[in-house]
Design a protein around this ligand. Structure first.
Ligand code: SF4
Ligand code: SF4
Length: 415
């Protein structure tokens, strides 16, 4: 699974228009909205399943017990954030202004102040055929970077098998943007063809560069300023940042956005441009930062939980390991769907297996894997991930031992 992050230097540049179109073009089944201050991707994804909802706990906030408060005002005097206000004869905390420093608790002579965990936001995870992770931060709450990380991890943990995960990021260069970058394969920056748009783009690129992110740039509403668009394109070329394309101003985009639809479903010039940019992005995702093709491989281990199974057909589960440049980048365990003659090898090959690792395997299954061009490694044991790592280092050699006994052959799914 490749992970694409869509960002912009400021709000309103068309970032979500690009993200939502890419989601439809790719039929992406792993989606996240990391714009936790102003999430809006849900308006287009329109998930039909009910979400799993959880509270996001932020920093502690102060709370005054009015029963104990004698109205001495010391808490207000010492609070450097102006978060304590008098309310009749007692004092109250304005929770949006409280920074949780705890001074008011320390100075209160009546022990009327207590520090309490604060619900800083709400996280939602939709788990249908598509996994969609999103969240909204409450007014004045910090920790947006922490929440972005939680949103992204929730998506990755629940993501089904899919070629592309699309993450709609936050605008700007703040904490949530930085948090959204880790683990992404490519950052696509949507820029606006204006003086401030170019300035925002440069700031964002500088930020992404400091995290060694691979990037691409596209310009939205390019025909509102062809000169600035050309300037941005030339600047990207000089910087060695791939320019992915430009989207024209198109009234159909506005209509689609107002109808809560993705532009991918509307026949218009903006869609044509977006599709071209999408194809350029997909192509770019095949290469690493040094322009070398990324070697990806899908390795499956027949397993008992997390351990390599002794017998292929009777394993509990199959763990699909995705590897890139000889490193494991993702893993996904699926239960054994049950062995029937010739079924499992074809099932795994159909799901993209290029290598199968097992303890033992029947000769019939080996033959089918060979016919399907899947490399068979038998004789493995121990931790499944460790076996894959050993294979990637060239240290896991197949013993080639095939189960020939009738009962073994049956166990191994040979027939
Ligand atoms: S310091 Fe304590 S008692 Fe005094 S106003 Fe504040 S909460 Fe009330
Ligand atoms: S915890 Fe700190 S910021 Fe919050 S009300 Fe008390 S003194 Fe002010």
């Amino acid at each position: 699974m490749k992970r694409l992050l869509v960002l912009s230097g400021k709000g309103g540049t068309g970032k979500t228009t690009v993200s939502s179109s890419f989601i439809e073009f790719a039929q992406a089944r792993a989606i996240a909205d990391c714009d936790v201050d102003a999430p809006n991707l849900h308006l287009i994804t329109k998930m039909e399943v009910k979400p799993e909802v959880s509270d996001f706990m932020g920093a502690e906030k102060a709370v005054i017990n009015p029963e104990k408060c004698i109205g001495c005002g010391q808490c207000a005097e010492y609070c450097r954030f102006g978060a304590v206000k008098s309310c009749g004869e007692v004092y109250q905390i304005q929770d949006y202004a409280c920074e949780g420093c705890g001074i008011c608790e320390y100075v209160c002579p009546q022990s009327a102040v207590i520090m309490k965990d604060d619900v800083a936001g709400r996280q939602e995870l939709y788990k249908g055929e598509t996994v969609f992770s999103t969240a909204a931060l409450k007014m004045g709450r910090g920790n947006s970077g922490k929440l972005v990380t939680a949103v992204k991890l929730a998506m990755l943990k629940a993501a089904p098998e899919t070629e592309l995960a699309v993450v709609d990021g936050s605008p700007g260069i703040g904490c949530p943007v930085i948090a959204s970058m880790s683990g992404m394969d490519l950052v696509l920056i949507v820029a606006e063809p204006s003086v401030s748009g170019k300035n925002d783009l440069e700031r964002l690129i500088k930020t992404a560069e400091s995290f060694q992110m691979k990037m691409g740039v596209c310009v939205n509403k390019w025909n509102t300023s062809p000169e600035k668009t050309e300037e941005i394109e030339e600047w990207c070329n000089v910087q060695g940042i791939p320019f992915m394309g430009k989207i024209p101003y198109d009234k159909e985009v506005l209509k689609a956005v107002n109808a809560g639809k993705s532009v991918a479903g509307v026949d218009c010039p903006a869609r044509t441009a977006l599709l071209q940019i999408y194809q350029n992005v997909r192509n770019e995702l095949k290469y690493n930062k040094n322009k070398k093709e990324i070697i990806v491989m899908k390795i499956v281990v027949a397993a008992m939980g997390k351990e390599v199974a002794g017998h292929f057909g009777h394993c509990e589960n199959f763990i699909f390991f995705e590897t890139e440049e000889n490193k494991i980048v993702a893993e996904n365990s699926v239960p054994n769907p049950g062995h029937r003659p010739g079924f499992l090898p074809n099932f795994l090959a159909d799901h993209g297996a290029e290598v199968i690792i097992s303890g033992g395997m029947g000769g019939g299954a080996v033959d089918i894997f060979n016919e399907r061009g899947v490399e068979v490694i038998v004789g493995a044991q121990g931790d499944a991930a460790a076996a894959v790592e050993a294979y990637l280092k060239g240290e896991l050699i197949s013993t080639g031992s095939i189960c020939h006994e009738h009962e073994h052959a049956h166990e191994c799914g040979e027939h």
